[in-house]
Structures are given as structure tokens and as C-alpha cells.
Design a protein around this ligand. Structure first.
Ligand code: SD4
Length: 303
């Protein structure tokens, strides 16, 4: 067994892994490592898809989704929470201080306040200006006008998923995201849905996802990855199983929309890892044996 290990989505995962690894190699449990690794990207305003600085919904409100799960089947999540910088920690409070699994919207916010979280305006000037450009370019039939370039508006909609195994072989996972930019108010994605955005079975392994949440919710992808590992697939094979299923179910959408992406990362009890995506471009970071490295995921849809 090669433990500890941390694996996370996208290139910002390298930084989340750094923090997680420091804790894991110092003997912390995987739950603390996951939570604090995720803080690093939630706190960074330059990452416009997670936490503070995340891009808002169509009404210019930043709403966040997050989940956390440990090796004992304990789990917690928040959906569509506003004004709280570290939703992964609210998810942990839901897990540890309630009999529920998920709180959403205003109730989640009030629960966070009751636990001492401080309200923060999550909308940065950069996100507000990006929203404004989107709004102005949305239609030539309304009264919002602006001759602005839109090219860079659609390329930063990514979730942090972080999975870790500590020195004692205990696996935990977490997710955090501001979801799809310009979403309809009230939309909750896959990231806080246990089994879709995240799943951990302490006897088997863990999985997390990023990409079009609706596609992932339809196939309950992270559960499928973990269940496939339970049926003796490697983490890599298991991620590919879920991607194949997503492609089967969404072939029309994938053909019609070249941005349609979905990806999984996975980790098993032996410390083996894997990652796969529908399309080229997904990267994941693995910290193992003292080395933190970014990998290009295998992709299964070539066009
Ligand atoms: C969601 N899965 O809310 C998230 C967003 C994401 O790359 O990861 N996009 O649907």
C-alpha cells in the first residue's frame, strides 16, 4: 500500500495536494487533509469556479455547492449556499453536527452562521465584470449593451474534487464549486450529491467528478466508479466505465456541444489512482511517494 496519497482535479489540485500532503505526512487523518486542502482553492479569488471569486448565477449571486465524506460512510453536503467562503467546512458541520446529509440555500446559510461562520461578499470585482460582459452580450433584443469580447467567458467552470488516504489507510473525499456560471437561480449541481459528485467506501476507495453536473447526476457517476472498483476494476478502469456510461447516455449532447465535458478521478485502498474524461483537456494532480505531479487524463471521445 502506497499511503499517504492525495489526488485532486485540475491544475489547482497541485496546490490543494500540497496542503493535504503536509497534513497527511504529519500523521493527520484524511478528513482534515481533504477539508484543508480544499480551503486553499476556496480562498483564492483568482480561481473563478470555486468559493470566493466564483462566477455568479444569472442574477449575479454567487452560490456554492460542496460535499465531504469519510471512510465510515459519514457524509455531509451543502447546496446553493451563499456568502460563506468555505462551504466544504459547512458540509463537514452538517456531517458531524446533524442527523442530516444535506442542507441547502437559506437554511444552509443560517446553519453556517449558527456555527460561527462569518458572512462574506463572495462576488469579486473581476467576477462582477465578467457577469456584466455576459449579460451585455446575451441578447441584442434587451437594453444591456456592451461591445465586449466573450471569448474567455466559458473556460473556467471547474470543481475541486480531492481524495486522500492517510497513513492508516483511511480514505476521505471532498468537493467544492460555484457550479456552472450563469446558472438559473437555485440550481444545484452534482458536486454536493453523494454518489454523483463524490463517493467514498472505506473498504474499497473513492471517486469525485468535475464537468457537466447534470450529466453526472443522471448516471450517479462517482458511485458507479466506486462500485466498479468493488467489482475488481482498477481506479483507471472504473473511471473509464463511468465515462463510457456518460457517453452512451449523452451522445447527442456531446456531438452538438464541443464544451460538453465530464471527468472522474479515483483512488483505491491499495493507493492506486486513476482519471478519465469524455474529452481531451482534463488534468488531475497526484501527490504520492513525495512527488506532486499533474497528469493528462485519458479521454474516450476523440472527435
Ligand atoms: C457542476 N460539476 O456544478 C460542477 C461544475 C464543474 O467543470 O465541475 N464544471 O455541474
Amino acid at each position: 500500500m502506497s499511503a499517504p496519497v492525495a489526488i485532486s482535479t485540475w491544475n489547482f489540485g497541485l496546490r490543494a495536494n500540497e496542503t493535504a500532503w503536509k497534513l497527511l505526512s504529519g500523521g493527520s487523518n484524511s478528513l482534515d487533509a481533504v477539508e484543508q486542502g480544499i480551503w486553499v482553492v476556496e480562498d483564492d479569488p483568482s480561481i473563478t469556479s470555486i468559493g470566493y471569486g466564483g462566477l455568479p448565477d444569472e442574477t449575479m449571486r454567487v452560490t456554492l455547492d460542496a460535499a465531504i465524506m469519510d471512510w465510515r460512510m459519514n457524509c455531509g453536503a451543502v447546496g446553493c449556499i451563499e456568502k460563506i467562503k468555505n462551504p466544504v467546512s459547512v458540509a463537514r458541520k452538517v456531517m458531524e453536527r446533524t442527523n442530516h446529509v444535506m442542507l441547502s440555500g437559506k437554511g444552509a446559510y443560517e446553519f453556517a452562521l449558527a456555527h460561527g461562520f462569518k458572512p462574506v461578499d463572495l462576488l469579486t470585482d473581476q467576477s462582477r465584470e465578467t457577469w456584466l460582459r455576459w449579460k451585455e452580450n446575451l441578447s441584442d433584443k434587451d437594453n444591456w449593451v456592451g461591445p465586449h469580447d466573450m471569448d474567455d467567458l466559458n473556460d473556467n467552470h471547474d470543481t475541486i474534487g480531492l481524495l486522500a488516504m492517510d497513513k492508516k489507510g483511511r480514505i476521505s473525499g471532498g468537493t467544492s464549486t460555484s457550479g456552472m456560471a450563469w446558472k438559473i437561480r437555485g440550481r444545484v449541481g452534482d458536486s454536493p450529491i453523494i454518489g454523483a459528485g463524490l463517493y467514498v467506501d472505506g473498504k474499497v476507495g473513492a471517486a469525485a467528478s468535475t464537468g457537466v453536473g447534470e450529466a453526472n447526476m443522471r448516471i450517479v457517476g462517482s458511485f458507479l466508479v466506486v462500485e466498479s472498483m468493488k467489482n475488481r476494476q482498477t481506479p483507471q478502469e472504473a473511471c473509464e466505465t463511468a465515462i463510457k456510461r456518460a457517453i452512451e447516455v449523452h451522445s447527442k449532447q456531446i456531438k452538438a456541444d464541443k464544451e460538453f465535458q465530464l471527468a472522474y478521478i479515483a483512488l483505491n485502498k491499495r493507493g492506486e489512482v486513476g482519471g478519465a474524461a469524455i474529452r481531451k483537456g482534463f488534468q488531475y494532480a497526484v501527490y504520492q511517494d513525495g512527488i506532486n505531479k499533474l497528469y493528462d487524463a485519458k479521454y474516450l471521445y476523440a472527435q
